[in-house]
Design a protein around this ligand. Structure first.
Ligand code: SF4
Ligand code: SF4
Length: 338
């Protein structure tokens, strides 16, 4: 279903969204943007390109208790109260990233913490304009087919709203909005094709998974790994990175024992360290190559890459390493040596 929302009615639309739950949207934090709880539509930064921390923070907490242990009951799961959240202003790349997370966390065995938060989140997407780091078009993540409730396309003085779920349809029907005309769809097509031309970065994604996998000795890895600080920042900001580690905390009486999980990064040396001191990826080079391999591999359910081209890892890398540059260099060299 499609409807037209004149921008002067945005405040009403927003007030109605608030009836569904807490509204979280991109807001400015100095020079960066963050999804945050908001009370009024004026707080929203509609023209943001990317937030530093992606929407994954709503579904996987940075650190959370998952099990408690008592001597009489053993381990029991921690139950959490989840509030209804409306995530407003999510871009197509991030909606596609949430789909990848869904494919991981909602497959058997289902992650109950993730499932609970995910089903309580109403996603409102919004169209966007690429900057120097965006390459979502190269990986097919610049548009959305599903995994959202509503999606707003900016047509200038109005939004064309598309529904992606039953909940989205019900919400839209309650608003009594006009249907779009053929002119609205023409404006949308023009807007999308003009946007296509604005991408400045292109990843050579054709056959990338095989190229990365079959070139472990390429000199490209060493060249960039030398610059890398192994800080793990790129994994922290990546909307599809989801590694976590598990810690057990026991007091001597065993009364307050807990098991927690927290975000972890395959870039950190400790991540591949196992009992006995063996480390599967002991060097920075091993870890650098591993991350690129992971991001360039095929997500089996969607058939796309594990990278949605949001550009966060490049935009926020303190060493200035550009994800696309690394991979395009690898592709270029591998073609030269065939
Ligand atoms: S953010 Fe940059 S420096 Fe830090 S681990 Fe990633 S590639 Fe290396
Ligand atoms: S690898 Fe980089 S560009 Fe790709 S999804 Fe992760 S942060 Fe975004």
């Amino acid at each position: 279903m499609h409807k037209i929302l004149p921008k002067e009615n945005l405040r009403n639309f927003f007030e109605k969204l608030k009836e569904l739950g807490e509204v979280h949207a991109p807001v400015r934090r100095g020079t960066i943007f963050a999804f945050s709880k908001i009370e009024s539509v004026e707080q929203i930064e509609f023209s943001y390109v990317r937030t530093m921390i992606p929407p994954k923070k709503y579904f996987i907490q940075t650190c959370e208790e998952i099990l408690r242990f008592t001597p009489d009951k053993g381990y029991s799961p921690v139950t959490t109260e989840t509030k209804k959240v409306v995530l407003f202003g999510v871009h197509a790349c991030d909606i596609n990233a949430i789909k990848i997370l869904d494919n991981v966390f909602l497959e058997e065995p289902v992650d109950l913490f993730y499932e609970e938060r995910r089903k309580n989140t109403f996603i409102v997407g919004i169209s966007c304009e690429p900057d120097d780091f965006c390459f979502c078009k190269s990986v097919g993540a610049d548009s959305v087919q599903d995994n959202y409730d509503l999606f707003l396309y900016d047509l200038g003085d109005r939004y064309l709203i598309d529904t992606g779920s039953r909940a989205g349809e019900e919400f839209l029907l309650s608003l009594n909005l006009q249907n779009p005309t053929s002119t609205d769809f023409e404006v949308l097509r023009k807007m999308l094709s003009e946007r296509d031309l604005k991408f400045k970065k292109t990843l050579n994604a054709q056959g990338l998974a095989q190229i990365v996998d079959s070139n472990p000795s390429s000199e490209v890895w060493g060249r960039y790994a030398e610059k890398c600080l192994a800080c793990g920042g790129c994994t922290l900001v990546c909307p599809t990175c989801r590694c976590y580690s598990i810690d057990e905390f026991r007091d001597l009486s065993l009364e307050k024992s807990t098991r927690t999980r927290r975000w972890d990064s395959c870039f950190l040396r400790s991540h591949a360290l196992v009992a006995g001191g063996l480390n599967f990826r002991p060097t920075r080079l091993d870890r650098f190559r591993h991350r690129y391999n992971c991001k360039s591999s095929i997500e089996w359910k969607s058939g796309g890459l594990f990278c949605v081209g949001c550009g966060r890892c490049s935009a926020f890398c303190p060493a200035g390493i550009d994800h696309v540059e690394v991979l395009n260099n690898l592709v270029h060299l591998s073609v030269m040596t065939i």
